[in-house]
Structures are given as C-alpha cells and as structure tokens.
Design a protein around this ligand. Structure first.
Ligand code: C2E
Ligand code: CA
Ligand code: CA
Length: 515
C-alpha cells in the first residue's frame, strides 16, 4: 500500500516537473518578461529573461533530449521476465481501453559477447547505460524502455493511432541510427550495431496478451539476428511457423550428433594445371530419417545456440580421418581433407593438443588436415586464443586455408602472421567471370596479389566449364564447385575419384597424341 502511494506521489512530482519545466514553459517567457517589467522595471525584466532559461537548463530540461531524460526518471533500467510481461500487458490493456494500438520493439546489440571478451565490466556497463539512454531519447515521452537481459532491450509504445508497419519500421530505423552513432567510451571509440525485431498489437489475434506480444517481437528479433548484423525484422505469421520448425529441429539435433545422423560429405578440389585431386572439403550433412538430407544452413544455428559447435567439430574430424584412411586403403590419391572451423571451435584452449592426438590415433600426419578459417574470423582476432590456435595448428603442419576470401577485411600482416597457405576465393567473385568484365578484372587483381604474396589460390563455387577454363588461364591454382562435383558421401568418393582419374588420363593421352 505504502509503495503504491510512493509511486503515485512520484508520478505526481514528475507530472508537476514536466508542466513547469517542459518545453512549453519557454512559450510563456515573453509574457513572464512583460509582467516582470510592469512589476519591477528593467532590473526584474533582466532577472526574468536570463533567470528563467537558466533555471530550465539547470533542471536538465534544455538539451534536445530533455523530455525523454525526465520521462526516464520514473523508469527502472533492468527488469526480469515477469516484470517485462507485466509492462507489455499494461501497454496492451491501455491500448485496448483507448481503442488504439501499441507495439513491442526488441533491440539487441550485435556481437556483445565479443565486446564482453575484450572490454572490462565497467565499459560494458557504460555501453548498456548509453544504449538505454539513446533508446529513451529516441522514443516519445510516454513510451517505456527497459533492459531485459545482458544486451537486450525492450521498448513498449504508448497507445497511438498510427502504429502501422511503415511507422514502426521508420521508428526502428531511427532507433538503429541512434544506437549506431559512434560513441567515445573510456577513451576509445566504439562502433556498435543493433538488430531489431518488432510487433505491433494489431497484428496479433484478438485476445492476445502481453506475453504474446513479447514472444512475437522475440521471434522477429531472432530472425533479424540470423540475418544481421544490423538487421530489422517485423513479425509475421509465417515467421512463427518457421520458428516452430526450428525449435523442433533444436530438440532433435543434439541427439542426431550422438547417433551418427550428422556426418560430413566431401567435395573434391582439383589442380587447374594437372587436373589431379588435391584435396576434399568436409561439409556437414544431417541424414534425417524423415526430412532427407538437411543442409548445414538449417542446423548450424541450432548447434550454435545449444553450444554444440565443438561437438560437431569432433564428429566431422573423426569421420574425415576415417574417410581419409579408407581412401588410402582403397588406393586413391587424396592428399588432404579440409575441415571448417568456426570461431567458437577455434576458442578451445586444448584444440591443438586434441587434433594432434586425433591424427596420431588415426596414424595420419598433420599435413593431411586442412583448417578452413573464415576471413572475417582472422580479421577480427588479431590477438588471443583464436590467433594462438591458428598459429599453433600451422606449426603442427596443418594447412591453413582462408575461407570466403574477399568477404572480410584481413590485412596482409594478418595473412603473414597466421601463416595462411591458401586463399579460398569466395563464390561471389567467381561466378560469371567468363561473362562479366568487372568480375573478371576483380578476380585477376586478387590472383595477382596472392601471387606476389606467395599464397596458393582456390576458387570456390566453380559451376561452368567456361569459369573453370578462365580460372586456369588466369593462374588460379585449384578449383572446387558443382562444375567439378557436388559434395558426396565417403564411399561414393571412391567410385567418383576412379572415374575422374580415368577421364583425366584419357584427356592427357588425347592431348599428347594431338600435340
Ligand atoms: P563454405 O565453407 O563456404 O562451403 C561451401 C558451400 O558452398 C557448401 O555449402 C557447398 O555445398 C557449396 N558449394 C560448393 N560448390 C558450389 C557451387 O558450385 N555452387 C554453389 N551455389 N554452391 C556450392 P554447404 O555444404 O551448404 O555449407 C554451407 C556452409 O556451412 C559452409 O560454407 C560452412 O561455412 C558451413 N559448414 C559446413 N559444414 C561445416 C562444419 O562441419 N563445421 C562448420 N563450422 N561449418 C560448416
Ligand atoms: Ca569452407
Ligand atoms: Ca567458402
């Protein structure tokens, strides 16, 4: 009871302050000045004309952000799930009573875990406060904004007539722009980016509650996060179906890893001058009893979310070593298997030790294992455990491939420091090179740079004979893509490699005879 009165008193104080010191107070300045002159002559006129704006400024009401700063005063910064639900219910009820709409906007700072690893707790706290202040300053005075987890914020809009998709999208964009303004924190500039998901109350079924509104915004936010960084998504009915399917996959995927349903398929890589197989890339596939072959795009996110990426790496590595040994025994000449390592896997402090142990167990030397690291990972990890692991694996004898080259911003210094052997040129630079002049020029420039740096090159996503031929002419060392072969299971590789070797030998014989 006492608390309720305290809150009511607080609200009254706030309302009084707003009416006295809100921007409207300035509208009365000429009238106040006139009255002062009439009552006390020039001295009182001066005191009023200068004193009133000064008083307004000291009350914190002068900057452009004043309204929100005062509104924020009565709000709590961090709330739990139950409280967030209560705020949403309150907003829904207020909107329904007034026959108006409300909306829930959820905002998450991208890559906060990464920032958390590098910055101290004080910096994080400052960034959280700054984010909340920026959100509140962008919203209207009666909207609510709170933090609901480490790096997630929730805004609930006060009842309004115009909360259609376009208006909400504009507001979300304004919020994003405000949050992505560079900020100077603890003497260094921070460049944050934010992903946003939102849902307006008219989009929900009649009778929906606060929790339903938050859940819909949450679904939209997870969609934004998987398309991010810096993405905005509005909730839609079809999103819920996809989300439910994803959730049901999540339940199954952990078991699938343990019962052997997830395993790698292999895609050949060949030399452009001799045609020989120079390696294969291991690509994870889920052999699902009902859904058929599920590609990694559909289950990697589940594994990331349940923290199982290192388990996937173990499984893929073991299958790859087993496959390599079986191909050796079948008399095939496949020099190396390359395995994709995500940043999470590269953070394992015992990674090098584990890989050495696995290679010994299979009686294979480390140079038969290729480590594919995304260019973006190398570009963002100049120091620390990820960098140490890559360097150590290189020293062990593993072959380091820089994956999706051209999509990140790895420096030449990083290429040297990480002892990268080969650039895997991203498919976006490879497709249509035989038909697109700009694409052709760009690829020639990349190959020229790699040549000067003494790095081998592999072009990904080679689909046509024309692309393959031009890549050979331009001096790209290796090619991989549907034009050569699609990823295939271990045993199918034996048949494919034999047939392919026969074809290459025939082509060479033909070349010799005609030469
Ligand atoms: P990535 O490492 O860039 O792999 C190449 C992707 O391009 C593969 O997709 C492959 O099937 C596809 N591809 C190959 N040739 C062509 C072509 O000629 N045209 C087109 N359109 N596509 C081609 P996939 O197997 O769906 O894998 C997608 C991504 O999933 C991979 O991209 C990789 O980042 C990730 N991934 C796959 N397996 C693993 C794994 O075991 N561990 C980790 N951490 N990531 C994996
Ligand atoms: Ca790869
Ligand atoms: Ca790639």
């Amino acid at each position: 009871m006492k608390a309720a009165w305290k809150a009511r008193l607080g609200n009254m104080r706030l309302a009084l302050r707003r009416s006295l010191f809100g921007p409207q107070a300035l509208a009365f300045l000429p009238a106040a000045a006139l009255a002062a002159f009439w009552l006390g002559g020039e001295p009182l006129l001066l005191v009023t004309a200068l004193g009133l704006p000064l008083l307004y400024f000291l009350s914190g009401g002068f900057p452009a952000t004043a309204g929100a700063a005062i509104a924020a005063e009565g709000q709590k910064d961090l709330v739990g799930t139950a409280e967030a639900g209560a705020i949403a219910s309150e907003a829904m009820e207020a909107a329904a009573t007034a026959r108006l709409s409300t909306a829930c906007i959820l905002i998450e700072i991208d890559g906060f875990e990464e920032i958390a690893l590098r910055a101290g707790e004080t910096t994080l706290e400052t960034l959280r406060d700054l984010t909340l202040t920026r959100i509140r300053n962008t919203l209207r005075r009666d909207d609510r904004a709170v933090r609901i987890s480490d790096n997630r914020f929730m805004a609930l809009l006060s009842p309004s007539v115009r909360l259609d998709l376009e208006a909400l999208l504009q507001l979300a964009t304004r919020l994003q722009t405000a949050l992505e303004e560079p900020a100077s924190v603890d003497n260094s500039m921070r460049y944050l980016s934010a992903s946003i998901g939102f849902c307006g109350s008219p989009r929900l079924k009649p009778g929906a509650r606060g929790d339903d509104l938050i859940e819909a915004a949450q679904i939209a936010l997870s969609e934004a996060l998987s398309n991010g960084p810096s993405a905005i998504r509005a909730w839609s009915d079809s999103m819920r179906a996809a989300y439910t399917a994803q959730k049901s996959l999540q339940g199954e995927v952990d078991k699938a890893l343990d019962n052997g349903q997830i395993q790698p398929w292999f895609q050949p890589q060949v030399c452009t001058s001799t045609g020989a197989i120079t390696g294969v890339e291991a690509l994870a596939r889920w052999i699902h009893p009902e859904r058929g072959i599920v590609p990694p795009a559909q289950f990697l996110r589940c594994l990331e979310e349940s923290g199982k990426m290192d388990r996937l790496n173990e499984v893929v590595l073991q299958h790859s070593m087993t496959a390599l040994r079986s191909w050796d025994q079948a008399g095939l000449d496949i020099p190396r298997v390359s395995v994709n390592f995500s940043e999470v896997e590269l953070r394992d402090p015992r990674l090098t030790e584990r890989i050495q142990w696995e290679m010994d167990r299979f009686g294979l030397t480390p140079h038969r294992l290729g480590i594919e690291v995304l260019e973006t990972v190398i570009a963002s990890s100049p120091e620390g455990i990820v960098a140490r692991n890559i360097v150590e694996l290189g020293k062990l004898g593993c072959h380091i491939d820089l994956d999706d080259f051209g999509t990140g911003h790895a420096s030449i210094a990083a290429l040297r420091r990480f002892k990268v052997h080969r650039l895997k040129i991203d498919r976006s630079f490879v497709s249509r090179i035989d038909r697109d002049e700009d694409q052709h020029r760009m690829l020639a420039a990349i190959l020229g740079m790699a040549d000067r740096l003494g790095l081998e090159t592999l072009a990904e996503g080679v689909e046509s004979v024309g692309e393959h031929a031009l890549l050979s002419q331009l001096g790209c060392d290796h090619v991989q893509g549907f034009g050569i072969a699609r990823p295939m299971p271990t045993d199918q590789m034996v048949t494919w490699a034999r047939e392919y070797s026969l074809k290459i030998a025939e082509a060479q014989n033909l070349g010799r005879r005609s030469g």
